[in-house]
Design a protein around this ligand. Sequence first.
Ligand code: GUN
Length: 291
Amino acid sequence: MTLLDGKKISNDIKNEIAEHVQSMVAKGEKVPHLAAVLVGSDGASMTYVGAKVKACERIGFKSTLIEMPEYTSEEELLEKIHQLNTDSDIDGFIVQLPLPDQIDEQKVLMAIDPDKDVDGFHPTNVGRMALDLPTFLPATPYGIMELLERYQIETSGKNVVVMGRSHIVGRPMSILMSQKRPAGDATVTVVHSRSKNLKEITKAADIVVAAIGISEFLTGDMVKEDAVIIDVGITRVPDQTKKNGYRLAGDVHFESVSKKASYITPVPGGVGPMTIAMLLKNTLLARERHG
Ligand code: GUN
């Protein structure tokens, strides 16, 4: 069994981007500038956004963190998005999800200028992805494709089972995996909360992408020998033996599944760091496109 070391690969990618940034600086060009909007103080979201901003600093990007209170109205957030859309110094920005209940997520995502939508969540960009047109690919599925590629794991003609149909991970993952080269070229099955005979389906998979948000759901008896396992889940599970009172668990029961898998991503240190690296890659692309 080989661990798919997202931490290492994401570091390689960040070093590649940092080199690129240095050459931009040497030529007197403007460096990429990413802004992140965080509404409220959800612990996990604060951690993720903090990691994104820190990564920007490390590779020489400019970054701006915009923190808004939990009670922010939809109008106030839309106004902030309008400012970011029209601020020519900002190359790309993200609005961290989930948003508080009083804010309509879809309305917010649709307000983002598609040319600055480095998360790739705007309907225009989702449509462009589905039609194989150049766009910003959503960072998590993009990171998974990159991780598989850098470990030279073949996807062409393989049976890929995507568990989950979220707009952020499952849906785009299934699209990328089914697309022609240079994407996945795989035979894709999507399973979700209404699926029947789940185990039968997952057992036939060469590659499983688990993105359902239920901790340790995929167990060893549900996968075939030598399957490739990608774990997108990250849930805080109460654990009194830990200093902060919780541990991080994936959607995969690592102990039992790792005994059968040929390759598996750890949690943390697998998919998570890849998401950040690909967001940075998208921001660099945005800077280059804006010229
Ligand atoms: N929440 C969970 N994942 C993501 C992501 O990739 N981008 C944003 N904006 N919010 C998220």
